[in-house]
Structures are given as structure tokens and as C-alpha cells.
Design a binder for this molecule. Structure first.
Ligand code: ATP
Ligand code: MG
Length: 440
């Protein structure tokens, strides 16, 4: 992508409305634009990051056996009346009427709709287990939308829904998502800790919020510090192994970890003092087993091996991609801007032409840009006629992991500089060596 033909509206000044660093940097880097309170456009640079986050989420959902579909944002109120949640949901639900005066709503979540899809076609235990997910916009009319896309009214969610014949089966489905979440957040460059969450009237232990430690987090959390170094399940994890996944779950729930809602002071004090971590955190995911809460009122049942009908046991599993993007920035930035983990960076490499219009600089940059693009890299080529200082500041701000800098003096001796955004380390090398480093 040539910057001169791209759309990346950088802000020079710090926007006044931004209270936290991620919001400030997302606005400054031209990633998002607020359209009305808590409702955002994702501009091209932001969209690239969001797409990469979603690709990782999707990859891990698929690995765990979940199947993608797409459900609409607008839902009919009828389904919610069946489950009893239409009245219960309150003011967070945006209620709309169509031209025939039929009550509709902008979905805050999809349990009812997916249960309806399930009941219309699944009739036998032989079709179970089943886990359906989508990545779709949601709307919740939050009282206090804030921090940009961290807490917005319209936001994106990956929501998965599992269906099983028995509670035991549902526990295995839960453990699959539990392990998939650990892998997902790790690939996003984050350390997320699963913490006991409220299960409401259903009881039991099967609800966890995945929390990233961050000073600007909205939740107060308490956990054992060893979680910070726990091993993440590998890519070869067998998601069909009931024992294997149970072992992962048992290990990751063996130590104390709870948000303030579930905090048990006495249990936390039983953790040796030097191992106690009390901090603030951002909830980036939430998984929940809720049994037959929706299948019973909505009549979602299958025939079991005993020939009888059984209400299916369900769970739901959410991740917030539009919250994850700022959460990643909260975890990874410096005074100059964002530092993207390579896995979600909007571009892999930025090529900076320090003197656009200079034949040797232009030729060198074109050569590098073409070679790296051909090798499948996402390359941003800063071919604008801005001053070199402005270009450096922009490259640091948008956080692309590698900068290849071509200035007239180095180019005259066949060289360029390669800068690592994270460490700031710079190396001078031949043009060929610079290309080969990233083509290999
Ligand atoms: P919170 O406690 O932060 O309000 P929640 O418990 O209401 O979130 P869930 O219903 O568990 O959220 O939704 C699943 C995921 O969707 C959350 O873990 C979060 O990542 C994301 N999410 C929820 N609400 C928002 C929001 N207003 N803006 C951005 N992401 C959100
Ligand atoms: Mg939650």
C-alpha cells in the first residue's frame, strides 16, 4: 500500500475526549472515528487490525471444532418473549418497530436466535455435540459508553453456542472453548487469566471471565501471580480428548483468581502474601454454561439413545474483538505510539522514503516494496513528500513492527537502515540483505 494513495487520517494533537492511552492512540493513528455516542467507524488502518484479530479468533474456534455461521443484527421480539428475556433485559436493549408496527430489536446477544436455529433442524443426539459461532455486531445501550471501542454501544462479538445431550458433554464443550480462549489471547500477544465469574441461579463453577491485567481496566481483580507464567496449550492439543482438556482446565483453575464480584477475601488471604496479585483488569472474554435455561422454554430437545426426548444442555462463549484492539494497545505501547504484536499488526513492514523525488531513493524503495509485497508481506510504503521527521513519527505512532528506512546517503552506498519498532534497535545493511531478511 502506498501511503500517498491510502486513507490514514493522522491527528497531530492529542484528542481531548480520550481518557486512556489506547483511545488516544487509536484516534491519533486514524484507526477509528466516533459517529455518535459509543458508535464507531473503523477506518482502514483500524479495520486491518480488527480483521487480523478476527482471523486468529476464527482459526482457534475452528480448531476447537466450532462451526461458523452468520446471524442477523436485527431480531424479532417474539423469540425473546419465548425465553422471557424481552421484558427482563431492560434499557440496554435497543427496541425498534418495523413499518408493520412489529417489535424488533438490535441483538445484544444471540442465545434465543441460535436456539431457534437449532430446534428447527436438530432432532437427534447423533447430531451432537454441536457448537455454532459467528462474529457479528451487537448493540447494548450502555449507561456509560467510554474509552472508545473499549466500552461502546455498538461493538463486535464472537459469540459461540454449544449444544450437548448431557451435562458431562457440555462440560467437555466448555473445556474446548476454555483451551481455545487461552490459545487465542496468547496468539494476540496477551496474557489473559481465566477468573471465576458469577453463574447466577444455575450455580456450579462453569463461568469464567478472561481478564487482561491493565491499570486502566474497569474491573478489580485478585489472583495468584503464577498465572502470569503458566504454559499455554500447544497447537497440537487434542480437542477430542476429554481427559486432556479436563487437565488443562484443572490446571488453569487450580490457583486463586477472581474478579471483585466473586472475590473471597479469606481464600485470597490463604495465598502466600508474596504470591498475591491484586490489580485492575479488562474483561476480553466470557464463557458460560447455563444448562437448559433456553432449551426448556424454547423447546429445544433431541431424542436420546434411550428413545426419549431431552432438553439440550447449552453454553455460550463470547469474545469482544473491538475491545481487544484497544486492550492490545493498553498492553503494548510507548511514548511514541503503538507497538503491535506481529500477529495483528496492520502492516508487517513500513518502507520509509526519506527523500521522495530523489531518483536513487525512489528506485530503492520501489525495489524493496515490490520484492516484499511479492513475498506475501503486507507492506506500507511511505512515498509521501512529508519531512523525514514527520515520517518517522508517523511510523512510530502506527506501530508497524519493522521500519526500512531509505535515505540519500545510505542509498548512495547501496544500503538502508532497518529499525525494530519495539526495541528501537537500528541496523544498517545492504538493500539485498534487508530484502532477504524478510523474504526468507
Ligand atoms: P462487561 O462486564 O464489560 O459489561 P459483559 O459481561 O456485559 O461485559 P458479555 O455479555 O460477557 O459482556 O460479552 C462478551 C464479551 O463481549 C465481553 O467479554 C467483552 O469482550 C465484549 N463486550 C461486552 N460489552 C462490550 C461493550 N460495551 N463494548 C465492547 N465490547 C464489549
Ligand atoms: Mg461478562
Amino acid at each position: 500500500m502506498r501511503l500517498s494513495r491510502y486513507f490514514m487520517p493522522i491527528l497531530k494533537e492529542n484528542p481531548k475526549e480520550a481518557e486512556i492511552v489506547s483511545h488516544r492512540l487509536m484516534l491519533r493513528a486514524g484507526m477509528i472515528r466516533q459517529q455518535s455516542q459509543g458508535i464507531y467507524s473503523w477506518l482502514p488502518l483500524g479495520k486491518r487490525v480488527l480483521d487480523k484479530v478476527n482471523a486468529i479468533i476464527r482459526d482457534e474456534q475452528n480448531r476447537a471444532g466450532a462451526i461458523e455461521l452468520s446471524m442477523p443484527t436485527l431480531q424479532s421480539a417474539e423469540l425473546w418473549q419465548e425465553s422471557g428475556r424481552y421484558d427482563a433485559y431492560g434499557k440496554e436493549m435497543l427496541r425498534i418497530k418495523d413499518r408493520q408496527d412489529r417489535p424488533m430489536l438490535y441483538g445484544p446477544t444471540n442465545e434465543e436466535m441460535v436456539t431457534d436455529i437449532f430446534r428447527s433442524s436438530v432432532k437427534s443426539y447423533k447430531d451432537l455435540p454441536l457448537n455454532l459461532y459467528h462474529i457479528q455486531l451487537k448493540f447494548r445501550d450502555e449507561i456509560r459508553p467510554r474509552f472508545g471501542t473499549m466500552r461502546s454501544r455498538e461493538f463486535m462479538m464472537k459469540d459461540a453456542y454449544s449444544f450437548d445431550l448431557t451435562r458431562e458433554g457440555a462440560e467437555h464443550s466448555y473445556n474446548k472453548m476454555f483451551a481455545a480462549y487461552l490459545r487465542t489471547f496468547d496468539r494476540l500477544g496477551l496474557r489473559a487469566i481465566p477468573m471465576r465469574a458469577d453463574t447466577g441461579p444455575i450455580g456450579g463453577k462453569l463461568s469464567h471471565e478472561f481478564i487482561i491485567l491493565a491499570d486502566t481496566g474497569e474491573s478489580e481483580v485478585f489472583c495468584h501471580k503464577d498465572f502470569v507464567d503458566f504454559d499455554i496449550p500447544g497447537a497440537k492439543t487434542d480437542f477430542d480428548s476429554v481427559e486432556g482438556l479436563q487437565a488443562i482446565f484443572d490446571k488453569w483453575t487450580s490457583l486463586y483468581a477472581a474478579t471483585s464480584e466473586m472475590h473471597d477475601e479469606a481464600a485470597f488471604n490463604a495465598v502466600p502474601e508474596g504470591d498475591r496479585l491484586s490489580a485492575r483488569g479488562i474483561e476480553v472474554g466470557h464463557i458460560f454454561y447455563f444448562g437448559t435455561k433456553y432449551s426448556e422454554p424454547m423447546g429445544a430437545k433431541v431424542q436420546g439413545p434411550d428413545g426419549k426426548e431431552h432438553f439440550v444442555h447449552m453454553g455460550s462463549y463470547g469474545i469482544g474483538p473491538t475491545r481487544l484492539v484497544p486492550a492490545i494497545i493498553e498492553a503494548s505501547h510507548d511514548d511514541n505510539g503503538i507497538i503491535w504484536p506481529a500477529s495483528v499488526a496492520p502492516f508487517d513492514i513500513v518502507v520509509i522514503n526519506m527523500k521522495a523525488g530523489d531518483q536513487a531513493c525512489d528506485d530503492t524503495c520501489e525495489l524493496i516494496y515490490a520484492a516484499l509485497t511479492k513475498a506475501g508481506k503486507d507492506v506500507l510504503y511511505d512515498d509521501t513528500d512529508d519531512r523525514a521527521g514527520t515520517k518517522f513519527a508517523t511510523a512510530d505512532l502506527i506501530g508497524v513492527p519493522v521500519q526500512i528506512i531509505a535515505g540519500p546517503r545510505a542509498v548512495a552506498s547501496g544500503e538502508v537502515e532497518v529499525k525494530d519498532r519495539k526495541t528501537g534497535a537500528r541496523e544498517t545493511m545492504t538493500i539485498e540483505a534487508a530484502i532477504n531478511r524478510f523474504v526468507a
